[in-house]
Design a binder for this molecule. Structure first.
Ligand code: NAD
Length: 488
């Protein structure tokens, strides 16, 4: 396995080690062995990053010089392009991406998203004229100006780190904010490269800062509670999202949250490609570690046995074609960590205790290497009240739930405290669309329409989050509204 370059912090324009030289091993999910070392930021390092970001926002022209910002963000993008191979290596060795997944969600889609941000940027509204109104014998001209919110803390997870880091950092920079990126402890390298390439691009000191450490909480919580940070943009689990809201309340910080999901895919009885629709829901891509994955498959009772047979065959055909880091066809590797493996395995045990039928998989696979391998797993005879149907497992575990009719399917899909994504497939477009409109989630795909792209707003209802990332809306999340009225 490759040895990754040391992950350095980037604070106030300097690439550097942590104060006192503290560092930690980055454990590779394929082997369970160190694949690199990362600086282990101290509280003093986080403090220095906050001071730098504050100063760069308050005392430079970064917030107001749009031309300079766009030119630098374009140059930054070119440097990421030149480092595509390294980004792929980081996705593989830190996040455990299989080679066949690297060129999809991990690198290509992430960089495409960056290009989309640049494409939609001219649509961002910086002013709005509300016209005049006569009051108190005078005429008032009213207009709004939209201004960058200030210092942004971008706190990100390990599952698709490049994608999420770009989603926050690029949007915040384009909006005119300064940024402190705090990646997850497992994926510091995918954060460190933002510092390294920012140094090469020549960003003014303090505009971008990157801090990370072995403790998952310390640096993030400092950013969330500090009054000098204006907005926290967080992607991660719902539990941590709630804590961030709570902790951010003391300074009335704006919080933007992209959280977990338990999205449902409804395959209707008249779906023209019923077998294909059912089979493609197999939760194998990146070992199911995606927030918007459709991890509940809802099929009509009348075709339930048929769906189970299709899945059994699909999983058998998938077979052992996963878990090899050298195979470019593989789209599934290990889960991220020992802790995550234990968590997923405990859900597999729970599903059996709850009375679901283990149709396929269910075992850990130490024979694949020293890392964290779990077989593609599918539970049938699942009812929506089971914990395996309600809780986000974040592993390669699909649950299959029968429904009676359209109303029942909608009820089941919506009986979840999450509301991130979902899908409906059916032969009657109007019927499928009617169902899609009633699903309470931030995005819904009809007949496998692609509802995730860099030019589209993405986010959740209910416990899946607050706010939207990507698209014009994703940039405008980082703006404040100032209303000016002047007598004329
Ligand atoms: P996590 O919530 O454990 O951690 C996310 C980030 O928050 C990490 O950087 C972590 O160090 C930091 N953190 C942890 N505790 C903190 C605290 N108290 N204060 C501030 N920061 C803190 O999530 P994870 O395990 O890294 O990622 C998996 C989760 O992310 C899943 O629930 C998944 O659904 C979610 N996710 C959501 C989306 C989305 O767009 N909705 C995208 C990807 C992942």
């Amino acid at each position: 396995m490759a040895q990754l370059p040391d992950a350095k912090l980037f604070i106030d324009g300097q690439l550097r080690d942590a104060t006192g030289g503290r560092s930690y091993d980055v454990i590779g999910p394929w082997t369970g062995q160190p694949v690199g070392r990362a600086a282990d930021a101290t509280a003093a390092d986080v403090e220095a990053a906050i001071i730098a970001a504050r100063r760069a926002f308050d005392d430079t022209d970064w917030a107001t010089n749009t031309e300079k910002r766009v030119a630098l963000v374009r140059k930054y993008r070119e440097l990421f392009e030149a480092n595509r191979a390294r980004l792929g290596e980081l996705a593989v060795h830190e996040a455990g991406a299989a080679l066949g997944a690297v060129n999809r969600a991990h690198v290509d889609m992430a960089l495409d998203g960056w290009d989309d941000y640049l494409r939609v940027f001219p649509q961002v509204k910086w002013e709005r004229d509300y016209g005049t109104r006569d009051t108190w014998g005078m005429t008032h001209h009213r207009f709004a100006v939209y201004e960058p919110v200030g210092v942004v803390a971008a706190i990100t997870p390990w599952n698709v780190p490049l994608y999420v880091n770009i989603g926050k950092v690029v949007a915040a920079l384009l909006a005119g904010c300064t940024v402190i990126l705090k990646p997850a402890p497992n994926t510091p390298g995918m954060g460190a490269i933002f510092g390294e390439l920012a140094a090469q691009a020549g960003f003014p000191a303090g505009v971008i800062n990157v801090v990370f450490g072995s403790d998952p909480v310390e640096a993030g919580e400092m950013l969330v509670t500090d009054p000098r940070v204006d907005l926290v943009s967080f992607t991660g689990s719902t539990g941590v999202g709630k804590r961030i809201m709570e902790k951010g309340a003391a300074t009335l910080k704006r919080v933007f949250l992209e959280l977990g999901g338990k999205s449902a895919k409804i395959v209707l009885d008249d779906a023209p490609n019923f077998a294909q629709d059912v089979a493609m829901t197999m939760l194998v891509f990146h070992a199911g570690q995606g927030c918007a994955v459709q991890s509940r498959l809802l099929v009509p009772k009348s075709r339930y046995q048929e769906a189970c047979a299709i899945l059994k065959h699909a999983y058998a055909s998938f077979g052992d074609n996963w878990g090899d880091p050298a195979n470019p066809q593989h789209i599934m590797g290990p889960v991220i960590s020992k802790r995550q493996m234990e968590r997923v395995m405990s859900y597999i045990e729970l599903g059996q205790k709850e009375g679901a039928t283990l149709l396929c998989g269910g075992k850990a696979r130490p024979d694949k290497g020293g890392g964290y391998f779990i077989e593609p797993t599918c539970f049938t005879d699942v009812t929506n009240d089971m914990r395996i149907a309600q809780e986000e497992i974040f592993g390669p575990v699909l649950v299959v739930i029968p429904f009676e009719d359209d109303e029942d399917a909608i009820r089941i899909a919506n009986e979840s405290h999450y509301g991130l994504s979902g899908g409906v497939s059916g032969g009657d477009a109007a019927r499928a669309m009617k169902i899609a409109r009633r699903i309470r989630t931030g995005s819904v795909s009809v007949n496998n329409g692609m509802c995730i792209a860099g030019d589209l707003p993405f986010g959740g209802y209910k416990a899946s989050g607050i706010g939207r990332e990507w698209g014009v809306e994703g940039i405008e999340e980082f703006l404040e509204t100032k209303l000016i009225a002047a007598t004329v």
